[in-house]
Design a protein around this ligand. Structure first.
Ligand code: ZN
Length: 289
């Protein structure tokens, strides 16, 4: 079973937990670490012969075009992680459209690739921002991976389908690829998608989760992490106990866990696993109309 591995390419000062204590106008005066951190990811992926989907922040693409070209040149899928890393449910539809277009342009200018897959900052497509899917389809996106079907204080749509599905919007179809979860019992859904859950919990928790999805559900698991999660030496800018735990807990163990994950399971890009989903559905529609 081929699973998907994805990387949200952003600076250590972009995560929502850090933005509570770092204002946007400070960004340009902070030292940039995204290039060495992402190069470490590229080197690990190369060593394991893995291709992944890289959701690039437009702000990073604008400042580090050579890095984005390098990711594309190594055969990874180039995708979009917004421009300003703002939470979708805090934006008006017109602001979201503008941010998305700005990000697409920055990514195209950096590497010549038009991104077709999108991931919202902090999985911020929730019930109150589902309108974003129509705008993504309108902007030419064929895949989205912004919905976490769990209950969480900042994101999630509890009860949303746990596996990939093609959704119909007034602007066209879009394949939604939710981040990996397991059904523990009845209505209890646990996140196993990576990121903080991979950092903070024992490796066997994530591994058992992926096996359950692959064997019991017969589905691929969609995993993610950030380049800054492999760097224990980064400046610690988040404040507050919970924010610091969510952002910096388990940084030292993350590289080892990622390497184990890449050895124990098969991973590839989102489009390699789900590229055919939409055309299959279109074929079905064509047959019936
Ligand atoms: Zn992000």
């Amino acid at each position: 079973m081929r699973n998907t591995i994805s990387v949200d390419v952003e600076e250590y000062f972009h995560p929502s937990e850090v933005q509570k204590s770092v204002h946007g106008d400070q960004w340009t005066s902070l030292p940039s670490l995204v290039e060495p951190q992402t190069r470490r990811v590229l080197e690990i992926f190369d060593r394991h012969g893995v291709k992944g989907t890289f959701f690039i922040l437009g702000w990073v693409a604008q400042r580090q075009p050579a890095l984005i070209r390098e990711i594309a040149a190594r055969g990874h899928e180039i995708a979009c992680h917004s421009f300003w890393h703002r939470l979708v449910y805090d934006l008006k539809p017109a602001e979201f459209r503008e941010d998305t277009r700005l990000a697409v342009r920055a990514i195209e200018d950096a590497c010549g690739v038009t991104p077709r897959a999108y991931r919202a900052p902090s999985y911020s497509i929730t019930r109150r921002s589902l309108w974003a899917l129509e705008i993504l389809a309108e902007c030419g996106f064929t895949h989205d991976s912004s919905i976490y079907p769990i209950k969480h204080d900042r994101y999630g749509i509890p009860g949303f389908g746990r596996h990939a599905q093609t959704l119909s919007t007034p602007s066209g179809l879009i394949v939604e690829v939710p981040v990996a979860t397991v059904r523990l019992s009845g209505r209890i859904i646990a996140p196993v998608g990576g990121g903080a859950y991979l950092r903070l919990l024992p490796y066997r928790y994530t591994a058992a989760g992926i096996r359950r999805i692959n064997y019991r559900d017969q589905q691929p698991a969609c995993m993610y992490f950030h380049p800054w999660e492999l760097d224990p030496g980064q400046p610690r800018m988040a404040s507050g106990r919970l924010s610091r735990l969510r952002t910096y807990g388990g940084l030292r163990s993350m590289t080892g866990k990622l390497e184990r994950l890449l050895s124990d399971f098969e991973f590839t890009t989102l489009s390699a696993v789900y590229g055919a989903a939409q055309s299959q559905l279109l074929e079905v529609l064509a047959v019936h109309t």
